[in-house]
Structure formats: C-alpha cells, structure tokens
Write a new protein. Structure first.
Length: 286
C-alpha cells in the first residue's frame, strides 16, 4: 500500500478511535476541564496527531499509549468520585477572591490573577462595580462565580413570601413543519387543540419552524419566514384583565345598592377576589 493511502487509512482509524475514547471519557472532556483533564486532552490529541504519519511500523504503539492514558483517566476519575481528599489534590479547591465585599489580595497573587482580570471576570457575571460583590470564588475549572450583596440580588417569589407551583419544561409540539404527537400527549393536549390555536393566529403547520407549549398552555411559534410577525399569546394577560374587571364590578355593585346585607356581600367578595389576584399576579404578569 502506498504511503499516502496508508496515512489516509490511519487518519480515519485514529479519528474513530479518538471519538470512541472521548465518548468513553464523558462530557466533562468538552466542558470545563480540571487540571488533569486538560493535560489528558492535550496528550491524547498529540498522540492522535502523530499516529497517522508514523511510517516506520511503530504506529500501533501510539494507540497503546492512548489506551493507557484513557485507562489512567478513568481510574483517576473513579478515585476522585470516591475520595474528597483525592479531589482536593487532583482537581484542587476553589479559591476565595472576594469575602465580605473585600478583595483578598493574597489569594489573587496565589492564582496569578491581576485586578484587571478579576474585574473582567466580574463583568462577565454582570457585576460592574466591585462594591456590588459580596463574595466571589474561583472554581477549580478557572471560572469565577459571584454572590451579589443582599440589596442587589434579584427579587424572587420566595423573597416576597409567595409560594408558586412547580413549572414544567416547555414541550416542542411542531418541529420543521411536522407535528410531534408525543409531546402533545405529555401535556394532555391533542391535534384538535393545536388546530384551534393555529387558526387563532392564522398560521399553517407547514410554515412553522418551531412551536412550543409552556406549562400554562400557551403556544409560542417561530416561522420559517422571519418577516412575518406572529402575535404573542395573550391568555394570561386576558385572564388577569378579566379578574381585575370582576373586582371592579363587585366594588361598583356594592356602591350602587342600598341593601346593607347585599352591600356587605359584594364588599366581602371583592376583598376575597383581591387576595386571589394578589396570589396569581406574579404568574399572570410575567
């Protein structure tokens, strides 16, 4: 076999083996890497690059070396899963960069991180003022995570003392112009419901690139033609407006009657409805 054909075959073989080994090592090899995973990725890549051009008959030794590296990586990952001490040694620990709103200069020097680089990392987390950061830590992967000071943290239902129901993930019911029956059945809907919703917005199935239904039964549509504007679902807004109208009607009925018993009933119903509106407002107005 000619050398160029030999190199081609070995390249394809190496590509297949490298793909299988990467699948075996798992998704962490293509996400945030630890120090050892970084070294492993570089080494396996270097070995894979040299195997196809080895024409002196020793190319198979490169494959053996790759297998040894993969075996060592799997063994070390197993050890780190089982042992906290091993994780601290191999993956290292997170380093606190900001504590109680104060920069720890010694830890910055330890990580060889300049103040400019720290500010860059903070800006990547939408923190543009150092005074807004209560706590910051550099993870073993090199990523910096930030905790904002209390007054700058986003408001959540729990911080307001509001209990909300769990929200299910949106289901894709149309993809590339094809209706997906299984996701429809998962949320308890069918094609008849979908046809009615599509008729409301005046869109045909074959013109839809993606359609999703959220946990509130609202249909969101993206078309192949981006020039066409599709109206957004108004179910929640309509329901909120209807509830407010009912509250106003009850107050008006209470003011328009001279019967004390009836007036008291309307006022009580208005107060109860106002409590209901206050509970559902975070859901209906977001």
């Amino acid at each position: 076999m000619q050398e160029w054909m030999l190199v081609t075959v070995r390249t394809i073989l190496t590509l297949v083996v490298l793909f299988l080994m990467t699948k075996l090592l798992g998704k962490r090899q293509v996400s945030q890497l630890s120090l050892f995973e970084y070294i492993t990725g570089i080494t396996i890549g270097s070995l894979a690059a040299t195997i196809p051009i080895e024409v002196d008959g020793t190319w198979h030794l490169g494959l053996i070396s790759m297998l040894v590296w993969v075996a060592c990586s799997l063994g070390i990952e197993f050890i780190t899963i089982k042992s906290k001490k091993a994780r601290d040694i191999i993956d290292s620990k997170g380093t606190i960069l900001i504590k109680d709103g104060k920069v720890l200069e010694d830890n910055l020097k330890k990580e060889r991180l300049t103040l400019d680089e720290l500010m860059e990392q903070l800006r990547s987390k939408n923190v543009f003022r150092l005074a807004d950061a209560e706590f910051a830590v550099m993870e073993p992967s090199g990523e910096v995570n930030v905790l904002l000071v209390k007054e700058n943290q986003p408001i959540t239902p729990s911080s307001l003392g509001i209990t909300v129901a769990p929200e299910q993930e949106p289901q894709a019911v149309i993809m590339d112009g094809n209706i997906m029956d299984e996701p429809l059945a998962t949320i308890g809907l069918n094609r008849a419901w979908l046809d009615v919703e599509l008729e409301k917005i005046g869109v045909a199935v074959e013109n839809i690139f993606l359609a999703q239904v959220d946990s509130y039964g609202q249909l969101f549509v993206d078309l192949f033609d981006d020039q066409i504007i599709v109206p957004k679902p108004q179910n929640k807004a309509t329901l909120y407006a209807t509830l407010k109208k009912c509250e106003a009607d009850l107050e008006m009925f209470g003011l328009s009657t001279n019967n004390k018993q009836v007036k008291q009933m309307y006022e009580q119903c208005s107060v109860e409805l106002e409590k209901v509106i206050d509970n559902v407002r975070p859901v209906l107005t977001r």
